[in-house]
Write a protein that binds this ligand. Structure first.
Ligand SMILES: Nc1nc2c(ncn2[C@@H]2O[C@H](COP(=O)(O)OP(=O)(O)OP(=O)(O)O)[C@@H](O)[C@H]2O)c(=O)[nH]1
Ligand SMILES: [Mg+2]
Length: 358
């Protein structure tokens, strides 16, 4: 029976040419680049989810910054003829908005947190914040381990935490150090110098350098983390960003008329501080990082690093629990697990097999 051997190849040109067969068009164009269009169409249909959290001491302009970032699309502070001040944030709460620009839908959730650190006893004042972040990981995990799970798991995990450093002009306070150390192990943190209009240009620069040095000394690894640069292009771009972090920002949620243009800014006695003007502050750098250049990377690192650390820890713990048939028996996390210091440290310990608690 020879027919199989004699049957012509369905695509003779797709086989490598031997010295005797004439060269064929094996490297012809097959249109692989169209996959990019497919991804784009799919992404446009699905839309994007992005979750930001603002954290820091009371009165540093966190709620205002949320409005500045999304051009007052989050909180409405003006009714015609009357300007309402943004109220003090008294409890942690999230607001979700769907923002659409040029057919691209962004489901944006901003979690505003009450300012911390103004109590007499600030012991563990970061617990509610870490608790919230870990709760979102837990929620995702509980969905992910279901046998019949949703095709698309709703993502409420915090992709970026913007940390507001008070403009003291000195250095990081012990409370900020403690808090940043814990947050960095759990979530992507982008620190900013808040209310930067209270510092001169030289003071801002000197303050930034001191904060950078403080962060190096205290092992505070903020976003974009050096160890996750994927190639030389990432390295070049991210090094420039790392050099400018923390950005000195000014927040505003009101518009003013400057030279016939409507600009977001703060009216002062000596003029208007335009928040989107790089000569006045570095808010544009923050916005570009969060939305224009690194949104997807922030999501990827959240999923592949921070959430993964949390997941490993929780699944390791589950081995200690009695199992159902063929099922990972994962009990809901306890309050202590949700607020314990960063999973990555704990993760390393779990991998090293060391027994000491955090
Ligand atoms: N000078 C200056 N004032 C600001 C800036 N951002 C906000 N403010 C003002 O600071 C005050 C407090 O702003 P909020 O946005 O409510 O501050 P917050 O950090 O959310 O405060 P809590 O909710 O108490 O934690 C308001 O009067 C704002 O107008 C800024 O960049 N510079
Ligand atoms: Mg607030």
């Amino acid at each position: 029976m020879e027919p199989l051997r004699q049957s012509p190849s369905p695509c003779p040109s797709s086989r490598p040419s031997s010295p005797r067969t004439p060269p064929c068009e094996m490297f012809g164009h097959v249109g692989i680049e169209a996959v990019l269009d497919q991804l784009k169409i799919k992404a446009m249909k699905m839309g994007f989810e992005f979750n930001i959290m603002v954290v820091g001491q009371s009165g540093l302009g966190k709620s205002t910054m949320v409005n500045t970032l999304f051009k007052s699309k989050m909180w409405k502070t003006t009714v015609p003829g009357f300007v309402m001040p943004i109220p003090q944030t008294l409890q942690l709460h999230s607001v979700t908005h769907v923002i659409e620009e040029k057919g691209v839908k962004l489901k944006l959730t901003v979690t505003d947190t009450p300012g911390f650190g103004d109590q007499i006893n600030n012991d563990r004042c970061w617990d509610p914040i870490l608790g919230y972040i870990n709760e979102q990981y837990e929620r995702y995990l509980q969905e992910e381990i279901l046998i019949t799970r949703q095709r698309h798991i709703p993502d409420t995990r915090v992709h970026c935490c913007v940390y507001f450093v008070p403009p003291t002009g000195h250095c990081l306070r012990p409370l900020d150090i403690e808090c940043l150390q814990r947050l960095c192990r759990t979530v992507n943190v982008v620190p900013v110098i808040a209310r930067a209009d209270s510092l001169t240009i030289e003071e801002r620069e000197a303050f930034r350098r001191r904060i950078q040095q403080n962060m190096r000394v205290h092992g505070i690894d903020v976003y974009p983390q050096k160890c996750f640069d994927e190639d030389i292009n990432d390295k070049i771009l991210n090094s420039k960003i790392r050099d400018r972090i923390p950005f000195a920002v000014v927040g505003a949620d009101r518009e003013h008329l400057v030279n016939g243009r409507c600009v977001l800014g703060r009216q002062t006695k000596w003029g208007i501080i335009e928040v989107e003007n790089m000569a006045h502050c570095e808010f544009p750098l923050l916005r570009d990082l969060l939305i224009r250049s690194h949104l997807q990377d922030l999501k990827d690192i959240t999923h592949n690093v921070h959430y993964e650390n949390y997941r490993v820890i929780r699944l390791n713990e589950s081995h200690l629990l009695p199992r159902g048939p063929g099922w990972v028996n994962l009990a809901p996390a306890s309050a202590r697990q949700l607020t314990s210091p960063g999973p990555s440290k704990a993760c390393r310990r779990a991998r090293d097999g060391s027994e000491d608690g955090f």
